[in-house]
Design a protein around this ligand. Sequence first.
Ligand code: GRF
Length: 212
Amino acid sequence: MTSDPNSRRIAVLISGRGTNLQSLIDATRDKRLDATIAVVISNRADAGGLERARRAGIETLVLDHRGWPSREDYDRAIAGELRARHVHLVCLAGFMRRFSDVMLEAFPNAILNIHPSLLPAFPGLHPHRQALEHGVKVSGVTVHLVTSDLDAGPIVVQRSVPVLADDTPDTLAARILVEEHKAYPEAVSIVLAGGWRVDGRRFLRSTTDAGV
Ligand code: GRF
């Protein structure tokens, strides 16, 4: 269970540039986050985030999903690598693959994802464009536990930003990204600290959410 406060070994899974990975690396280095990044796994060999991990002296693995016959086989391979490194919490940071039940059952309530919208608004692809097209005045970032439903698991942390009249998807993404880099270390810290439970859809912390 992720609420075991003694285990602080995390993995970060990426597919791209890895700025959220960097925020977790920086937070562990600055002691804002009491965790060890045991391994960074990418499904793409050209993910820029791999270089960030190497620079920080973190082990990297490339597991190309095309090398396995099924989603389940790929998930079994990832779960095996994570277990071999005694990883307790899996942090998806721009990892562009969906997990099957194999990973969800291997890491129950122990996989986090970050999504650049205030879920449940605008799940899936192109959330910034979706937000602008919908005309919302506020958007933001959500860090949530991963379940079998896309971008729909219990919410650990959200941070909001204004949406401005002249925003493009890129300007909105840049404003949200600043908050992403605060939200992910905060969420990982909360989860690793333990003392929380999931009640239906709700992630409840016993200290701050008592009686809620
Ligand atoms: C972030 O916007 C994250 O919320 C989304 O994918 C993007 C990854 O960016 N899931 P980066 O690779 O962490 O810079």
